[in-house]
Design a protein around this ligand. Structure first.
Ligand code: ADP
Ligand code: MG
Length: 264
C-alpha cells in the first residue's frame, strides 16, 4: 500500500464550518475545524456538551452537510457528492453507534444486526447467519432471537456495535456509546470497541465526555465551542515520539510521508 492510499483512507477537515438556523437564531456549531484522523487507531472526540461533537461526526458520516470548508473522508470529497452518492457512501462505508442504541424494536437482535448487509443487497438468510456470527463475537450468541426490549442496555449496545460493524465499514463513529449504561458495563463496551473495532484500514472515532474511557483511545481530540482546543496522544498509549500531536500536524495539510512515519 503506498502513501497516497494511506492518506486516502483517513479524514481531513479544513476550516470546517457548520451553522444551524439563520438570522438572530443562527447557531455556530463548528467554527473552523482543522483535523486529520488516521485509520488504524481509536480517536476519541471529547469536550463539553454543546461544543459540536455530534455535529462533527454526523458530517464525517455524511448524515449532515457542512456549511462550508473542505472535507475528505476515505478519499471522498463529501461536500460535493450528490444526495444519492452520499446515501451510497453511508450504506457501504459507515457504521454508526448511537447513545440510545437505536435498534428497530420489532426485529430480533440478529435481524437488527443484519440490516446493513440487507441494505447493501444481501439476501436475508445469509445476512442473518452472518449477524449471528457477529453477535457471538460480541458475546451474545444466546440472545440472537431476543427483541431489543428483552435485552439490557449493555446488551442492546453490543447489538448496536455488531450492527455497526457487520458490513466492515471503513469509518466507524460512535456517539457517546457508554453514556446510557452503567460505568462497569461502559468499560466492557469500550473494551469491546477497542478489541473488535480498531482495524488497520478503518477510521474509528468515539465521542465521549466520560473521562474514565480516555485510556481506551490512542488519541484524544478536544473540541471547545466549535473548534479544536487540544489534540494529544492518550497517556496510556503515548510513546516518547508521539506523546503530543503537534499543532502544525493538525493545521497544516497532511504529508503522506508524515502518516507513514507516524505508523512505523
Ligand atoms: P455536542 O454533541 O458536543 O453536545 P452538538 O453538535 O449536538 O454538540 O451541538 C452543537 C451546537 O449546535 C449546540 O449549541 C446545539 O444546541 C446546536 N445544535 C445542534 N443541532 C442543532 C439543530 N438541529 N438545530 C439548531 N441547533 C443545533
Ligand atoms: Mg452530542
Amino acid at each position: 500500500m503506498n502513501a497516497i492510499n494511506l492518506l486516502r483512507q483517513g479524514v481531513t477537515c479544513r476550516n470546517l464550518i457548520k451553522d444551524y438556523g439563520s438570522g438572530s437564531a443562527m447557531v455556530h456549531a463548528l467554527r473552523g475545524v482543522n483535523i486529520d484522523i488516521n485509520p488504524g487507531e481509536l480517536t476519541l472526540l471529547v469536550g463539553p456538551s454543546g461544543c459540536g461533537k455530534t455535529t462533527l461526526i454526523s458530517i464525517l458520516a455524511a448524515t449532515l452537510d457542512p456549511t462550508s470548508g473542505e472535507l475528505s473522508v476515505l478519499g471522498m470529497d463529501l461536500p460535493h457528492l450528490t444526495k444519492f452518492q452520499k446515501a451510497a457512501f453511508r450504506a457501504r462505508n459507515v457504521g454508526f453507534v448511537f447513545q440510545q442504541f437505536n435498534l428497530l424494536p420489532a426485529l430480533t437482535a440478529a435481524e437488527n444486526v443484519a440490516v446493513p448487509l440487507v441494505i447493501n443487497g444481501s439476501a436475508k438468510c445469509p445476512a442473518v447467519a452472518r449477524a449471528m456470527e457477529m453477535l457471538a463475537a460480541v458475546g451474545l450468541a444466546d440472545r440472537c432471537h431476543s427483541l431489543p426490549a428483552q435485552l439490557s442496555g449493555g446488551q442492546q449496545q453490543r447489538v448496536a456495535i455488531a450492527r455497526a460493524m457487520i458490513h466492515e465499514p471503513r469509518l466507524l463513529v460512535c456517539d457517546e456509546p457508554t453514556s446510557s449504561i452503567d460505568a462497569k458495563t461502559g468499560q466492557t463496551i469500550m473494551e469491546l470497541i477497542r478489541k473488535e473495532a480498531v482495524k488497520p484500514d478503518r477510521v474509528a472515532v468515539i465521542v465521549t465526555h466520560d473521562a474514565r474511557v480516555y485510556d481506551f483511545g490512542d488519541r484524544i481530540i478536544t473540541l471547545e465551542d466549535g473548534v479544536v482546543a487540544n489534540d494529544r496522544r492518550a497517556p496510556a498509549r503515548a510513546t516518547s515520539s508521539n506523546a503530543i500531536v503537534e499543532p502544525s500536524a493538525v493545521l497544516a495539510p497532511v504529508s503522506p510521508l508524515a502518516i507513514v512515519a507516524g505508523r512505523s
